[in-house]
Design a protein. Structure first.
Length: 100
């Protein structure tokens, strides 16, 4: 039997070399832009199933990335995670999220 483990992160300090080839030179002005690009690289590297955001008043590192479950036809897993986040948003615990 193969096991799957779900994962979720709110990345903070992201080392470029962990997610991009050494030949890739990141020359972006602004910490926010660099953070978002590296979050995208992290999500791609680990085949994320959900990328969302939490309220920016909580932290300036507000990108939420999750995945690791339902790898074989697991669209329902993404929907379930999204629904849980949606319920939290309706309760005022998180802002309305835009899933991509």
């Amino acid at each position: 039997s193969s096991g799957a483990a779900g994962w979720a992160v709110l990345p903070c300090c992201i080392v470029k070399e962990s997610y991009l080839d050494a030949s890739c030179s990141v020359q972006l002005s602004g910490d926010s832009t660099r953070y978002h690009v590296l979050c995208g690289a992290l999500a791609h590297r680990y085949r994320a199933q959900l990328v969302a955001e939490i309220d920016q008043r909580i932290t300036n590192r507000y990108v939420f990335i999750a995945g690791g479950v339902g790898v074989n036809g697991g669209d329902h897993v993404v929907e379930a995670i999204g629904n849980d986040v949606e319920v939290a948003a309706r309760r005022g615990r998180l802002p309305k999220l835009s899933l991509s």
